[in-house]
Design a protein around this ligand. Sequence first.
Ligand SMILES: *Cc1c(COP(=O)(O)O)cnc(C)c1O
Length: 256
Amino acid sequence: MSTTEEMRARALVLADNFRAISGRVNTVAQAASQQVRLVAVSKYKPASDILALYNETGHRHFGENYVQELMEKAPELPKEIHWHFIGQLQSNKCRQLAKRIPNLWAVESLDSIKKATELEKGRASLLESSPEAEKLRVYVQVNTSGEEQKSGCQPEEARDICQHIINNCPTLVLQGMMTIGSIARSKDAENENEDFINLKRVRDSVSAEFGIELELSMGMTNDFEQAIQLGSTNVRVGTAIFGGRPPKEQVAVGAS
Ligand SMILES: *Cc1c(COP(=O)(O)O)cnc(C)c1O
């Protein structure tokens, strides 16, 4: 159990980190004449961290990677929070995710028609019982690096998934496209990140075909400034705000 003083100190560190990152985001965004949303990625971090940052700064957009973790945290935290689900998405979790978290603002990791259909069922069901709930924004996640272990659809599949959302998913709003990108490219500050360029190319093509505006969600702690320069409108930053995350094994033990 943390003492009140420890919690106060932690709140100030988080607020400082957040303001520093937010300042850097705004500087690059202004230079690029672009509106950019900062999503604070809070996976593995306690609800108390999220609440502290929310109270200190008024920040609303938080990102989570695991359905179970989000389902535990969301009910404990203010309903004014705009949650972004950014983790690997399983078909059998889509429905509950869209239905049970009314303030889930967006799912950024949608990568198949089947998962879109499941999210649609969940959100339709929520809207039936709570007509005041919002539609669910979705980003189609594209595997731009060709690395096999990365989730995301192939670039050439993105168009059909988008078409399905537009035509068959009335309770979803197609908000944009998302990529994670390769770690190697995120550390290479010299060259323009090919993942970001690829995502923008796919986005531009779908945008033109369907006549809609679409956002780009790209950029994390190591590469958010370059991502904004290459057109990102939504950056997802975890480590630079909340500090490092424990290795997965340790978390599994701690959670049991
Ligand atoms: C964890 C995660 C982030 C945040 O990464 P950091 O390097 O800690 O900023 C962003 N996007 C996705 C999809 C993630 O899984």
